[in-house]
Write a protein that binds this ligand. Structure first.
Ligand SMILES: Nc1ncnc2c1ncn2[C@@H]1O[C@H](COP(=O)(O)OP(=O)(O)OP(=O)(O)O)[C@@H](O)[C@H]1O
Ligand SMILES: [Mg+2]
Length: 361
């Protein structure tokens, strides 16, 4: 193997990564200062020795086999490993090994570089932890919001609804006292009755928009039917619903999941009415093994998905988060002029995987 001059040595010693050269028998031919420090032996002890003599024996055996793999495979190999650093703490390394060839292309040894990536790994872990905490916080806030909406919706429906019904009955009674009223008063009474009816309708609509009672009372199937029908009525755009999920299965889904599915469809349909200028929308739900596949598609103007992602809007982000919280996935397929399709895959039941998902995402 050729000799290495001062220039090579100076370059090698100035890189912070550990670097080495070995011959085909895994004997160290050249090592840099970072390697010597990490190894905790003198350069004289290292040169001419094999990894099993230089590193703790288990580690040495691993290095002998990865050397062999690089020599036999003839290609570059990269892997992450852990080992004790000079200070005794466990550290992460990103290691690259590749075969070294002579002018005739024959493999004459291996060259390797090992970079300490402990800080990077720590930052990655912290980032994942903080993302998981944010997701948990978001799930908690969603559940509080849902509970609050349910409470306000019930109070509107029950309390205000009762009072308005009382008012309506009172007006009916007054109307029956025809002899006691002038024609002008009768006209006023009729007008008041219309006003009370309109107010009752508005209270009913607001309460349903906050949280449709049908979702709690009759379940997901009925709630989706209500949602797609009211979409058609309000927007004048036909919305088809294709449900391929047995009703018993839909009933067995827990409240958290059915709420998430309902809210994803609702948010996607709100986007269709606000942005798509579509002539048709189709909502499809399939039960597939232990998952449910959702699709909300329109034939409207479409969008550039790369722009929508960074627009600062929260609708698409919220839908995706709802799916991720349940260990599901959500994607948006769209192109300008070619409509939009929101597709989601949601596990139907709570799994151990879902329980630990927060820690992984
Ligand atoms: N079905 C759709 N058709 C066309 N464009 C859409 C559709 N859905 C979303 N978009 C585009 O993607 C953008 C982001 O949607 P997103 O729901 O995140 O936010 P938003 O609807 O603008 O506001 P909000 O946060 O109130 O939901 C929209 O502003 C719109 O330009
Ligand atoms: Mg939106």
């Amino acid at each position: 193997m050729e000799t290495y001059g001062e220039l090579h040595r100076a370059i090698l010693n100035n890189i912070p990564d550990q670097a080495w050269l070995k011959d085909t028998e895994s004997r160290y031919v050249l090592v840099n200062e970072a390697f010597v420090t990490a190894c905790g032996r003198t350069e004289q002890e290292i040169i001419g020795s094999t990894p099993d003599k230089v590193w703790p024996s288990e580690l040495g055996k691993v290095y002998l086999s990865t050397d062999r793999a690089a020599l036999d495979g003839g290609v570059r190999r990269r892997y992450e490993e852990t080992r004790q650093g000079a200070d005794g703490t466990l550290r992460w390394f990103d290691t690259v090994k590749m075969p070294l060839r002579d002018d005739d292309g024959r493999v004459v040894g291996t060259v390797g570089i090992s970079r300490d990536i402990t800080d990077l790994k720590r930052s990655q872990t912290e980032l994942l932890d903080s993302r998981s905490q944010l997701r948990q916080l978001s799930a908690y806030l969603q559940s509080i919001r849902e509970a609050e909406r349910t409470r306000i919706s019930r109070e509107l429906h029950d309390e205000l609804g009762q009072l308005l019904s009382g008012l309506r009955l009172g007006l009916n009674y007054l109307q029956t006292q025809a002899s006691a009223t002038t024609p002008e008063q009768a006209g006023h009474l009729q007008m008041l009755k219309h006003l009370v009816d309109a107010t009752m309708d508005a209270v009913h609509r607001i309460a349903s928009d906050l949280r449709p009672a049908v979702l709690d009372e009759l379940g997901l199937h009925a709630a989706l039917e209500w949602l797609t029908e009211s979409f058609t009525q309000r927007n004048g755009v036909p919305c088809e619903l294709h449900l391929a999920m047995p009703e018993e299965l839909a009933r067995s889904i827990d409240a958290e999941r059915s709420t998430a599915i309902f809210r994803i469809v609702q948010e996607a349909l709100t986007n269709v009415s606000r942005h798509a200028q579509a002539s048709r929308a189709v909502v499809e739900i399939h039960a597939c093994d232990d998952h449910c596949l959702l699709s909300i598609a329109d034939d409207g103007c479409g969008m550039d998905t790369s722009r929508a992602a960074g627009s600062g809007s929260l609708g698409l982000l919220g839908m995706r988060e709802r799916a991720l919280m349940l260990d599901g996935q959500l994607s948006v397929e769209s192109r300008p002029g070619h409509g939009t399709r929101v597709a989601a895959r949601i596990p139907l039941h709570h799994t151990a995987v879902a329980a630990t998902a927060g820690a992984r995402q």
